[in-house]
Write a protein that binds this ligand. Structure first.
Ligand SMILES: [Zn+2]
Ligand SMILES: [Zn+2]
Length: 280
């Protein structure tokens, strides 16, 4: 079994619980590695990014936990950074020297009418407002813009993991807006993966959408995981845990899917280096 998770939140951002809870849970699961990846502090006016005033505590608490548990588990500091399509910036990149690794994620698009950022994975009203006002209801254009922005992110920035790379499907329950099986969708997803391969991007298989009851499959989909295998893209497995009980959510099933897709190793950060480790 995979014994690590690099995508975790906590009570300092939109997760819940103390960081030590996550360490104790990881130990009880037999993990040998755990990474914290709070949403980076930023100037966006929302309630899910970590406050800048909490950053020092976040880093010092990770260092304390590293010391206390050093003989039992390797603990890493990370941050989840947002890509903004209009300024092309990876928000929080100025903190990346303070942490062991970064996850780059695309959650937000600029709402053309109001000028504010809305999330594609947050409240359904935000997803629908973007669809209606930015794309005149054209879901295909919406999805195309999402994957296009991800390609820009990949081409412009350096980071360690690409987060939940088909997040645009999160609010597409029962294919209400688009059908990911259709050729146009598969072409867009495939194009993005080929760009990721070219840029040597490591992609996470993320079970968080299932853990939170939003979707019934991983990010990315099994079709995309198969293509990652064909392209030879390195993967990690994470749960995007927002509570400590979700630290290994759906890991057994996802591991089986990855083996079915042809994976025998997953990447893990050990002793300061990303390296392939046996999947099981
Ligand atoms: Zn995210
Ligand atoms: Zn996350």
């Amino acid at each position: 079994m995979v014994q690590s998770n690099f995508h975790t939140h906590c009570g300092l951002d939109d997760g819940s619980g103390a960081m030590e809870e996550y360490v104790l849970r990881a130990l009880s699961l037999g993990f040998n590695t755990l990474g914290f990846s709070c949403h980076t502090p930023c100037s966006l006016d929302d309630d899910w990014h970590m406050k800048k005033s909490d950053l020092d505590y976040y880093l010092s608490e990770i260092h304390r936990l590293q010391d206390v548990y050093s003989d039992r588990i390797e603990i890493h500091s990370g941050l989840e950074l947002d890509y903004l399509e209009d300024t092309k910036e990876l928000v929080g990149i100025e903190y990346c020297g303070m942490v062991d690794y970064t996850i780059a994620s695309l959650h937000l698009m600029r709402h053309k009418t109001s000028g504010t950022y809305l999330s594609v994975d947050g409240p359904i009203t935000e997803f629908e407002t973007l669809l209606a006002d930015n794309f005149h209801g054209d879901a295909q254009a919406y999805v195309a813009a999402y994957f296009q922005m991800e390609e820009e992110l990949i081409q412009r920035h350096q980071f360690d993991l690409l987060g939940h790379c088909d997040l645009i499907k999160k609010r597409n329950t029962e294919n209400k807006y688009f059908n990911p099986q259709e050729p146009w969708y598969q072409h867009l997803a495939s194009h993005m993966l080929k760009t990721a391969k070219k840029q040597k991007v490591r992609i996470e298989v993320n079970t968080g959408g299932i853990a939170r009851g939003a979707i019934t499959e991983t990010y990315p989909s099994m079709e995309m995981i198969r293509e990652c295998a064909d392209l030879g893209i390195a993967l990690t497995l994470s749960s995007d845990a927002h509570q400590s009980t979700h630290l290994d959510f759906y890991f057994a099933q996802a591991t089986d899917l990855l083996i079915q897709a042809g994976y025998r190793t997953l990447d893990t950060l050990r002793h300061g280096l990303w390296q392939a480790a046996p999947i099981k």
